[in-house]
Write a protein that binds this ligand. Structure first.
Ligand SMILES: [Zn+2]
Ligand SMILES: [Zn+2]
Length: 825
């Protein structure tokens, strides 16, 4: 019997497709399990990272199904976005057919991998039946005042002619085209995620099934800090400048005030003065540099004195007011009290502009005779040069100074977040249109829900120029105001694609619903996602936005859960020669080539065997060969066992263990069943599970040659167990063999076999128990017990009890699989 993988794999893929083997519906008689891999952008080419992501999810889905769960395992397409639009500009093809073709091609590749998706639940975010609901959800935010428009300076790529998010700006340049990023003021749509900052932060504590590093990244991104808001008077003016500080304890060391160049009071303070022009020039210069670059501690500090002084409220000292390139308008109040002795950036700035540096906190054990304090000193310590707070611990002083501010009505305790509102406007065509009509009289008005979806027009010119391609569509632009009927203008921005992916996991629970976003009962059954799997590059934004959306929908009674993902697995990268596979490095291995040469089962097996899922995986041609050989080895084994199989279940023959060979094989079968189950169900250690199956196959080959002959019942169990355990990893080959062994159902519909716990501990050995070096007893124990387990078994033994009951045990020496020696007195 030849192992013709290409024929076998094609045959079963067709069969699974035709019979919808992996289709699921709500079934209240079974527990559910929702396994989800982050849906792909349809670039048209599957890469090894995808193969890894989907193979991990597929094994979990298939395994949970064998374990008795009703498993939801859907897939879809995050299909709006820039590449389609760039292709449209470059080749003058419309993004729609370009995307549709790519989806078809990737779908073919996914099916070629034999993944157990319920294809009836496929969604594509660029299709009307999906983005209608993305728009509907936007309107719910808008109704609540959580979607709003504001003028703001944004990162602007003059070459791509689009707004860039901060994370798309790398070293001040556009991540796509490397052009220098500038600033531009645009009226943009925002979602008010900051209203949810506290809950998004607090609920991280509930995410027990998430990796710690991801939780930490989310916490840092939200960046909650406690501090104080307080006012500084401006000398010779009625203006007061409000500042936010997390270090009220350093107030006596504030020697200048630093404002963002965008700060609204700057103009008031400098209008008509000799500084006015310099301020305007400085502002223009600053805006050409991205925020991230400006805020980095090693960026060059740039500043400008604006000719005014503020009064430090705690000691009435005059401090100069500067503009500083590292102060951002959208963090805190856009103004800081600068304390150069205790802050790195303030220190660098003060050095450059020759401003006073006054240390007010010293380390507890500081000894002045041994030299000056090294500045900036950012740690805690004892207060100094701080009036009545001198000698106090700085943490205590912080509370007392804030209290003093509150008593004197110059400031108060406050909380600040690093998290900013979510800018969702994109000046792009290939995205969800924002369902708003701008009316001269009524302002921004929601499109009526009955008129959704607002369709993307097709009469658009893709020139790659101008602000928003939708302005080039005559049919789109004009629309009558839903409130007053007057002719207005449609919003021409589209939504950030992160909006589309913030709720797709909910749509999968009821993907065809035309009446509502999804049915609450269905989502109640399936949500939350039990296992979410994807790359760590999405650890912050996608996951945070998805959590935000889910919380908002929960509050509105739309989502049944408050947190979308119970467990998160962030898989490692696929490397070759130590580097991430990439075209530029020339180290890409194409999934298509591997599948053509070895088949999908080999590709899947290799990728799951080569490394635990959360670690990086080094590609190895020898490893692929090894997986291929193993699959062939199983193929030949089952081929040979076939003639010994009994039509199951032949109970009498099954339970008969005739000799040591039988006993060992029976032990191995049960041990492997138990280990594979443990490795997969709790830890996703696919590599050790596969290794255990390989060991069982080795023992099966040995058993075949044993002089006592074949125990047909046992061989039948071996055969079935082997195919079922391997089925999630190598679904095609096992399905073929399962059928060849005379079964009429699918191996993928078999329950995971129960193992015989008694058989697993068959592997016992005798160990010696000594007391003060003398042998006092022997006990039978399972092989491989730990020192602690051995010791407690030994001490619990009746024959030993009498020696130790009224003695002190001074020391226990345990040697696994050998002896325990109790030293007593
Ligand atoms: Zn660019
Ligand atoms: Zn109107």
């Amino acid at each position: 019997m030849q192992y013709n993988f290409s024929e076998i794999e094609a045959k079963w893929q067709k069969k699974w497709d035709e019979t919808k083997t992996f289709k699921v519906e709500v079934d209240h008689t079974k527990p559910k399990y929702y396994c989800l891999e982050m849906f792909p952008y349809p670039s048209g080419k599957l890469h090894m990272g995808h193969v890894r992501n989907y193979s991990i999810g597929d094994v979990i889905a298939r395994f949970k199904s064998m374990d008795g769960f009703n498993v939801l395992h859907p897939i879809g397409w995050d299909s709006f976005g820039l590449p389609a639009e760039n292709a449209a500009i470059a080749h003058q093809v419309h993004p729609d057919p370009w995307t549709t073709e790519n989806i078809a091609e990737m779908k073919r590749q996914l099916k070629r991998l034999g993944l157990s998706y319920d294809w009836d639940r496929e969604v594509a975010t660029c299709k009307e039946d999906y983005y209608k609901w993305t728009q509907w959800l936007f309107l719910q935010f808008f109704k609540e005042g959580l979607a709003y428009k504001k003028q703001s300076p944004v990162n602007w790529c003059p070459s791509c002619e689009t707004v860039l998010a901060n994370e798309q700006v790398v070293d001040g340049a556009c991540e796509r085209c490397d052009s220098k990023v500038t600033k531009k003021n645009l009226s943009q749509w925002y979602l008010k995620i900051t209203d949810y900052a506290d809950r998004l932060l607090a609920d991280i504590e509930k995410l027990d099934g998430w990796p710690e590093k991801v939780k930490t990244m989310q916490k840092n991104w939200i960046g909650k800090s406690f501090g104080a808001k307080l006012y500084f008077d401006v000398e010779g003016s009625d203006e007061k400048i409000e500042i936010f500080t997390t270090r009220a304890d350093t107030l006596f060391g504030a020697t200048f005030m630093a404002l963002s160049a965008d700060h609204p009071q700057v103009e008031i303070l400098t209008a008509g003065t000799e500084y006015e022009k310099a301020v305007a020039d400085f502002k223009a210069e600053i805006e050409s540099v991205s925020e991230i670059d400006r805020m980095s501690t090693d960026a060059e500090k740039k500043g400008l004195f604006i000719g005014k002084y503020a009064i430090n409220p705690i000691n009435e000292k005059k401090v100069p007011i500067y503009l500083a390139n590292y102060v951002m308008m959208d963090y805190g109040t856009g103004a800081i009290m600068a304390v150069p002795a205790h802050d790195e950036r303030d220190y660098a700035f003060a050095k450059k502009y020759d401003i006073d540096i006054i240390p007010v906190i010293y380390p507890k054990d500081f000894d002045k005779s041994k030299g000056e304090l090294e500045l900036p000193y950012v740690d805690g310590g004892i207060m100094s040069k701080s009036g009545k707070f001198n000698g106090m611990d700085n943490i205590k002083a912080q509370g007392e100074i804030i209290q003093w501010m509150e008593e004197n009505k110059i400031g108060s305790k406050t909380v600040n977040f690093r998290l900013r509102d979510w800018l969702i406007s994109r000046q792009r065509y290939w995205g969800t249109p924002i369902p708003i009509i701008h009316c001269e009289d009524c302002g921004a008005v929601a499109v009526s829900e009955d008129d959704l979806p607002v369709l993307l027009p097709t009469d658009v010119k893709f020139t790659g120029e101008g602000e928003s391609p939708l302005t080039t569509s005559e049919s789109f632009k004009m629309a009558s105001c839903p409130k007053c009927g007057k002719m207005g203008m449609r919003e021409v921005d589209t939504m950030d694609t992160f909006v589309d992916s913030s709720w797709y996991f909910l749509r999968y629970t009821d993907p065809k619903n035309a009446q509502s976003v999804f049915d609450l009962d269905k989502s109640k059954y399936w949500m939350a996602v039990d296992q979410y799997i994807g790359g760590v590059e999405h650890a912050i934004l996608h996951l945070l936005y998805a959590r935000f959306y889910t919380k908002f929908m929960y509050d509105k009674g739309i989502s049944p859960v408050e947190e979308p993902f119970d467990n998160l697995l962030t898989q490692g990268m696929v490397l070759k020669d130590g580097a991430k596979m990439s075209k530029s490095k020339g180290n890409v291995v194409s999934p298509d080539d591997i599948i053509k040469k070895y088949g999908a089962d080999t590709a899947r097996l290799f990728i799951l065997f080569a490394a635990p899922p959360e670690r990086d995986l080094e590609w190895s041609d020898e490893g692929v060969e090894g997986s291929f050989r193993f699959i062939n080895r199983v193929w030949r084994l089952v081929d040979e066992l076939n003639r010994w199989l009994v039509s199951s279940p032949d109970v009498n023959e099954v339970i008969k263990i005739n000799n040591d060979e039988d006993k060992h094989l029976y032990y191995m079968i049960n041990k492997t069943l138990k280990k594979v189950h443990e490795d997969i169900s709790t830890r996703f250690h696919f590599n050790t599970a596969i290794a255990a199956i390989m060991e069982l196959v080795n023992d099966a080959y040995k058993y075949k040659e044993n002089p006592n002959g074949m125990n047909r019942g046992l061989v039948t169990i071996l055969n079935n167990v082997l195919l079922i355990m391997l089925a999630p990893f190598a679904p095609h080959m096992t399905e073929e063999l399962w059928t060849k062994c005379g079964n009429h159902d699918s191996v993928h519909k078999q329950p995971y076999p129960e193992w015989d716990d008694a058989a697993v501990v068959l592997d016992e050995l005798e160990i010696v128990i000594q007391i003060n070096g003398k042998i006092r007893g022997k006990i039978k124990v399972p092989r491989g017990l730990s020192r602690d387990e051995l010791s407690s078994l030994a001490m619990a033994e009746d024959s030993i009890q009498k020696y130790i009951e009224d003695k002190d045990i001074i020391k226990i020496i345990a040697v696994p699989d050998k002896l325990v020696n109790l030293v007593i007195k």
